[in-house]
Design a protein around this ligand. Structure first.
Ligand code: SF4
Ligand code: SF4
Length: 248
């Protein structure tokens, strides 16, 4: 089987080159193929991996343009293997995930300290069980066209995590969390759905963004571009659109 890997080096200067490798491994995962290449054919190949069982998220990359976990994907003849998009490439298939993961902090996607005395029922746990399964693989950021065009965008997994804490029965800072995702957040998403099929955990960030929008509407927030259509007045003190003064 032939696989082609996009190699990326920065020394002595940044270069990208496609390199073909012939590997005779029946039924192997992509991670096994990459390990074989590194140990038997080309020790200079760089890639990330950790648990080898789809738990740590560190081996996310792209096969034929689609985000996959190397430890679960089985490559086919002629596959093109590339690093994740929308993150700086450090070397070959290794990317710098720092900027993407910092979006969690910008979205205030954490549990507040002041809420430990509330009883959490099994039904409460079910409400955000799926969102809690995010393994921070970065695949949704690689697939997101808005994150590509606008690096300040909070992005899919930070917004999914925000919804996870907004729906937490113990959370005491829901208004602050909702307010935080108004800027560079839920209204910038185009609802294109690109982040959904690439998630190895079956999470649907787009759906969580829609839920955050609904919750925002109930709390008096509105899509700023929609509000500007009413005269650009933004919101009044009660959180309702300010229609401005009619012009005659
Ligand atoms: S649905 Fe929104 S968050 Fe998901 S990929 Fe599209 S723009 Fe990005
Ligand atoms: S939401 Fe899914 S695709 Fe995005 S980082 Fe989490 S596990 Fe990966």
């Amino acid at each position: 089987m032939k696989v082609t890997i996009k190699r990326h080096t920065t020394e002595p200067e940044t270069t990208e080159v496609l390199v073909d490798y012939e590997v005779a491994l029946e039924g192997a995962t992509l991670l096994e193929v990459l390990t074989h290449i590194k140990t038997k054919l080309d020790p200079s190949l760089a890639f990330s991996s950790g648990c080898r069982s789809a738990v740590c998220g560190s081996c996310a990359m792209r096969a034929n343009g689609r985000e996959v976990l190397a430890c679960t994907y089985h490559p086919q003849e002629g596959d093109l293997i590339e690093p994740l998009r929308n993150m700086p490439v450090i070397r070959d298939l290794v990317v710098d995930v720092e900027a993407a993961q910092q979006t969690n902090a910008r979205a205030r996607a954490w549990s507040s300290e002041s809420c430990e005395n509330v009883t959490v029922t099994p039904a409460d746990e079910k409400a955000n069980e799926l969102q809690s399964d995010c393994i921070l693989c970065g695949s949704c950021y690689s697939a997101c066209p808005v994150f590509e065009a606008k690096p300040e965008f909070l992005g899919p997994f930070a917004l999914t995590r925000s919804w996870r804490y907004v729906t937490d029965a113990r959370e005491q800072e829901v208004p602050e969390k909702i307010e935080t995702v108004q800027t560079n957040g839920i209204w910038d998403c185009t609802l294109c759905n690109e982040c959904v099929p690439v998630c190895p955990q079956g999470i649907a960030p787009k759906q969580d963004i829609v839920m955050l929008r609904n919750k925002s509407g109930v709390m008096g927030f509105m899509d700023p571009s929609f509000a500007s259509g009413f005269g650009g007045g933004g919101f009044d003190a009660g959180g309702f659109p300010d229609f401005g003064s009619p012009a005659f």
